[in-house]
Design a protein around this ligand. Structure first.
Ligand code: GAL
Length: 394
């Protein structure tokens, strides 16, 4: 080969490899992810029987039809690495292997997720991905995995931006579209750098099943709304609905996660849910706020005496309007709609409440409750919400 031809060939090769820059997979999270994860209820006590039972329940309860599609293993599925360094599952917990499980989930129209960590070990002490990123990504792809949550334990001296980009690149090269969920608890402000790395990033430490924890997380997550959007979401952690809070608190928790366009990853025992838990998780009108195509995280518009007024613009010109009562007593609220005439700087959407009249549909009672024409007085129970879908009256 002539020297000049060779130079051109080298230059082409270089530009090709630069041009083929690894990216996260597109369109896996045009709306926030919906599914179930084993951690909140089961920690490391997971098994093939449990997960298959959850897959079955996702179908039989109607959760799948309501949009929940991922069944995610969290910490504790791991066995040892083989002689070549490839991770294996715990064969006692998962006798048919992870591929068997993903085949099962796929056969029911669902997807399977898995969990690892950027450090040497997972938070519970199992073998994690540091130094094995490409092997792990390859193994997940071979197993038919659809979602990876990557945690942040045992990460001394690891650069978070680099560590998560490395796994993104490894997933890309493994070739199977896998949703990438960053879980470094908001420690390094991932909302500022992870838009092109992952599909969602945790914004806080772990949720606990109590009102205080849910409200603390809400406050941390709500100030980050400008960073969220289709393909890249703030993740205020998995749901605790059905795990022991009151029905009012569960309803408020679920509604606020939907108002904030959060991933809806269930954390409860779905094989024998109480009817009131199922009614919350299956409320398609509230889920629709979360899954709205516009993808704008809702905002707290104002707050008076521990009562918060939230709004969220929706793709069809509707608005979600929500009152959150954080008090331990019911609260009477007079809503003067003209006060909510504003333009949202993040989305550019305006309510025009001085000139437009909207009808009000209560998304929990399913009743029409008049219009925004005149001041409305409502009572919101303690630790509960009232949520309307506002549609312009033609
Ligand atoms: C935490 C993570 C939890 C859960 C747990 C497993 O760091 O935030 O959601 O995955 O590790 O050990």
């Amino acid at each position: 080969m002539k020297k000049s031809t060779m130079l051109v060939a080298v230059a082409m090769l270089l530009s090709c490899s630069i041009g083929a820059k690894a990216q996260k997979f597109d369109h896996l999270a045009d709306t926030p992810a919906m599914g179930w994860n084993s951690w909140n209820k089961y920690q490391c006590n997971i098994s093939e029987d449990l997960i298959k039972g959850i897959v079955d329940a996702m179908v039989s309860t109607g959760l799948k039809d309501a949009g929940y599609q991922y069944v995610n293993l969290d910490d504790g599925w791991h066995g040892q690495r083989d002689a070549d360094g490839f991770i294996q599952c715990d064969a006692k917990k998962f006798p048919e292997g992870i591929k068997g499980l993903s085949d099962y989930a796929h056969s029911k129209g669902l997807k399977l997720g898995i969990y690892s960590c950027c450090g040497k070990l997972t938070c519970a002490g199992y073998s994690a991905s540091l130094g094995h990123e490409y092997q792990d990504a390859l193994q997940y792809a071979r197993w038919g995995i659809d979602y990876l949550k990557e945690d942040w334990c045992y990460c001394e001296n690891v650069n978070p931006k680099g560590a998560y980009a490395l796994m993104r690149d490894a997933l890309h090269d493994a070739g199977r579209p896998i949703y990438f969920s960053l879980c470094e608890w908001g420690s390094n402000k991932p909302w500022e750098w992870a838009k092109d790395t992952g599909h969602s990033w945790r914004t806080t430490g772990d949720i606990q099943c109590n009102w205080k924890s849910v409200m603390t997380i809400l406050d941390k997550n709500k100030v980050l709304r400008k960073y969220a959007g289709p393909g890249h979401w703030n993740d205020p952690d998995m749901l605790e609905v059905g795990n022991g809070m009151s029905v009012n608190e569960d309803r408020a928790h679920f509604t606020m996660w939907c108002m904030m366009s959060a991933p809806l990853i269930l954390g409860n025992e779905i094989r024998n849910m109480k009817p009131e838990t199922a009614a919350i998780l299956l409320n398609k009108d509230v889920i629709a706020l979360d899954q709205d195509k516009l993808g704008v995280q809702g905002m707290m518009f104002s707050s008076v005496e521990n009562v918060e007024y939230w709004v969220k613009p929706l793709a069809d010109g509707d608005w979600a309007f929500c009152i959150l009562n954080r008090n331990e007593q019911p609260q009477k609220c007079g809503i003067d709609w003209r006060m909510f005439d504003f333009k949202d700087e993040v989305s550019g959407c305006a309510t025009n409440l001085q000139t437009k009249v909207y009808t009000l549909r209560n998304l929990w009672t399913k009743k029409m409750e008049g219009t925004t024409k005149r001041v409305k007085t409502v009572v919101v129970p303690a630790h509960d919400v009232l949520v309307y879908r506002m549609t312009e009256k033609k």
